[in-house]
Design a protein around this ligand. Sequence first.
Ligand SMILES: [Zn+2]
Length: 266
Amino acid sequence: MNHTDPFRELVESYALGALDPEERASLEEHLAGGCADCAQALEESRWLVSQLAYLAPEAEPSGMLRGRLIETVRFEAARDEVPRPRPKAVPLWMWGAVAAAVLFALYNARESRELSRIIGENQKSIAQKNEELKELQQELAALVRQERILADPESVRIAMRAERKDLPALEARWHRTLGIVVTGRKLPLPQNSRTLQLWLIPKAHGAKPMPSLTLRPDSEGRFALLVENPPDSPGATRALAITEEPEGGSPQPTSAPIWVGAIAAK
Ligand SMILES: [Zn+2]
């Protein structure tokens, strides 16, 4: 840095528009004379001033900008150590204040981005937990309903006999308002993706079986099927039947019933 050039120290103030008209005119004359040192310093100062002007909290923190700013502040401080009259120069405290404001903004921008990221992740995790909680609540509600149907002596008890000797019998309970529960144990898993489907066989002569829900036993052969809204009432139904159907169930049975349970007239 050329400290013998008296114009050099005016450049930052010039870039900030802080020179008086006489100083400005003399510096401009000096620059017009082609001083490369001052021209480069002016270019850097203008760049720095433009960066300060455009700095927003969203701005990417730039190590280069921060470095230049600190360098400038240090440079100003170093010049202050040499006592010489600089009546119109930008005071050090102002550079310090600007630097502090810039660094604070950069820090805040980084902090708020980090905070946004953390909040975003937490919201995602909370939404996921809420979804899991909702599923658990639904499962719990279904279990409670199932237990009430099984425990209520008013529920119609339906023994479902297996058509094949190698299969266990099932049991169904039909509650007037809460629905049907069919339970079983030690069932073989249906082949491939086939599924078991419950049917309501109406009392009305010639009426077709009414399709209900499908189920697959768990890996230990247990199942409990809850039908909250059966398509008909126990009084209008002759029997419950279960067939094996393709995945997703069928609108009408495609195979002979494996289990059938007649509903006793009450
Ligand atoms: Zn110069």
